[in-house]
Design a binder for this molecule. Structure first.
Ligand code: KG4
Ligand code: ZN
Length: 359
């Protein structure tokens, strides 16, 4: 039996969690900073760092007491060390290092993408990740900071096969909501309003899909770009406001706008994920990250995946940032005796090429 205490602070959630044997979540404490960043319509890294510093101790105590354990019961510490906002990452990383060294526990640095992917396997009745029939595994990691396609083969080799060239999909939701003065974070607000609208009413661009009449550069087949759809939204709002002689979109025109905008994003995410899964001969396809909370995306993802590819949707509570997913994936490293050391640093970007121990 192994108890791992995980920490996560890569963006605007301070989280700690105790997970038993890689999948039994005994506690998952999360302190969200949404209210602090809301006035800015996005996450301010230095503000995030300050908030992490004040929340880490409390959230750790909450995770330990929630699991009914003391620091002495913990076998290993796991912590997100990238990718993410470096000032924010450093808070969790240094706190975790301090905890590990004070309590003489080993420490493992965990890649945030792997954490999101592993969220799918938490609370499961069996060790799903050990099932060889699910590999190669394809995953779409889609959040406020990232949009990436990842392939994991049966030896645990992780490859980044696609990423966004500019904005993340979550950012496209957040910035559109900001433009329309709807609040932050934009994803859940847009999803709710989009339910009332007609997704076919307006056309928004699907960048890097070859749909604009120009052939797609093969190098960008699995890459994403969401800055175009954001700009298209800006012009659309200006033009429609002029047309309707109003300062602000409301009611049906607003709902139709948001439904059509969401549709464009969902379309691109699903078509690229399925294309990558097929191209890489994936046996399973995972949807995870904050944007994976979106009901329209979840429905479409399941609907368009080929029947011979097993689809896993991250449970909503493990879609947005949490530390259970970090402690979960760390178990595979723990079992293999692959520990990090206290000199590990934080990193902003995931360049690809990682190895998950698969024994
Ligand atoms: O994974 P996450 O908590 O943090 C990052 O690592 O970025 O994801 C947060 C992002 C935000 O951009 C938020 O707007 C988006 O996830 N999001 C959604 C929904 N819920 C959260 N996007 C679309 N639909 C949702 N229901
Ligand atoms: Zn995340």
């Amino acid at each position: 039996m192994a108890l791992i205490l995980g920490f996560e602070s890569s963006c605007d959630e301070t989280a700690a969690s105790v997970v038993k044997d890689g999948r039994f979540v005994l506690s998952s404490a999360i302190s969200s900073q949404i209210a602090k960043h809301a006035p800015y319509g996005g996450v301010i890294p230095e503000l995030a760092a300050r908030e992490h510093l004040t929340a880490l101790r409390r959230i750790t105590d909450e995770a330990l007491s929630g699991a009914g354990v003391t620091p002495a019961d913990i076998d290993c510490v796991a912590v997100t060390n990238g990718p993410g906002l470096v000032p924010a990452l450093l808070c969790g990383l240094n706190f975790a290092k301090g905890f590990a060294s004070a309590h003489k526990k080993p420490i493992i640095g965990i890649n945030h993408f792997l954490g999101h992917i592993y969220g799918v396997f938490l609370d499961a009745e069996e060790d799903v990740f050990a099932r060889k029939d699910l590999f190669p595994m394809a995953a779409l990691v889609v959040s406020g900071g990232h949009t990436a396609l990842v392939i994991i083969d049966s030896n645990g080799a992780v490859k980044l096969v696609g990423t966004t060239l500019d904005d993340a999909a979550g950012e496209a939701f957040d910035k559109a909501a900001k433009m329309l003065d709807l609040g932050y974070p934009g994803g859940p607000i847009i999803e709710k309003a989009a339910k009332l609208g007609d997704a076919k009413k307006y056309h928004f661009p699907r960048s890097l899909t070859g749909s604009a009449g120009r052939a797609l550069d093969p190098a960008n087949r699995f890459n994403f770009s969401f800055s175009g759809v954001k700009t298209a939204m800006l012009y659309h709002v200006h033009n429609l406001c002029d047309e309707l002689k109003t300062e602000r979109l409301e009611g049906e025109p607003l709902y139709d706008t948001l439904a059509s905008y969401q549709e464009a994003i969902v379309d691109v995410l699903c078509s690229k994920a399925v294309d990558a899964a097929k191209f890489h001969g994936a046996k399973s396809l995972i949807l995870c990250g904050g944007v994976a909370c979106n009901g329209a995306l979840r429905e479409r993802f399941e609907a368009v995946a080929p029947k011979n590819i097993k689809v896993f949707l991250a449970p909503r509570k493990y879609c947005t940032d949490n530390a259970a997913m970090i402690a979960g994936v760390a178990y595979r490293y723990y079992q293999a005796g692959k520990f990090s050391d206290l000199s590990m640093d934080a990193y902003a970007r995931f360049s690809g090429d990682l190895q998950i121990p698969m024994e």
